[in-house]
Structures are given as C-alpha cells and as structure tokens.
Design a protein around this ligand. Sequence first.
Ligand SMILES: [Zn+2]
Length: 81
Amino acid sequence: MFRRDKKLANIHEIREALAKVQIWRRAPSLPIFCPICDAPEFKIVDRSARPYAEWYAVSCGHCGIDDAISIPLCPQMNSGN
Ligand SMILES: [Zn+2]
C-alpha cells in the first residue's frame, strides 16, 4: 500500500495522526504505528515554535505519508492543565 497522495487527506486522518503524536510524546522511544497503513514506521519530528504553535512533521516509510501538523496554542485553552 503506497499512497500517491503524501498528505493527510482529511480531518479524520489528521486527528488519527494527532493521536499518534500524543502517544509519541508520552513514549518517544516506542515504535509508532502509522495512522494510515498501521506499519510501525511512523516518524514524528517536533518542530514546534513554542509558545506560539506546536508543529510536528510526520512521515511513514511504508505508505509514503509525508506531511506536517500544526496546533495553534491558545493561552485561554491551557488553563485545564
Ligand atoms: Zn503508513
């Protein structure tokens, strides 16, 4: 399975990828399974420009996904920490 489109295609895939980012942040040494093809080759690179935004480059060596996810940081949404 190799996708012609290397970008995350829709909000569902982006949410799946974000869920993987959350898992990766808790356990960065464990293999992360690709949200698209389920291969344990999902790579995440934190390129965040804190405190302005979180920014993650995500790629998969199996299905070819190569995209980036940005999460704007809103101070008023961080009060729940
Ligand atoms: Zn994949």
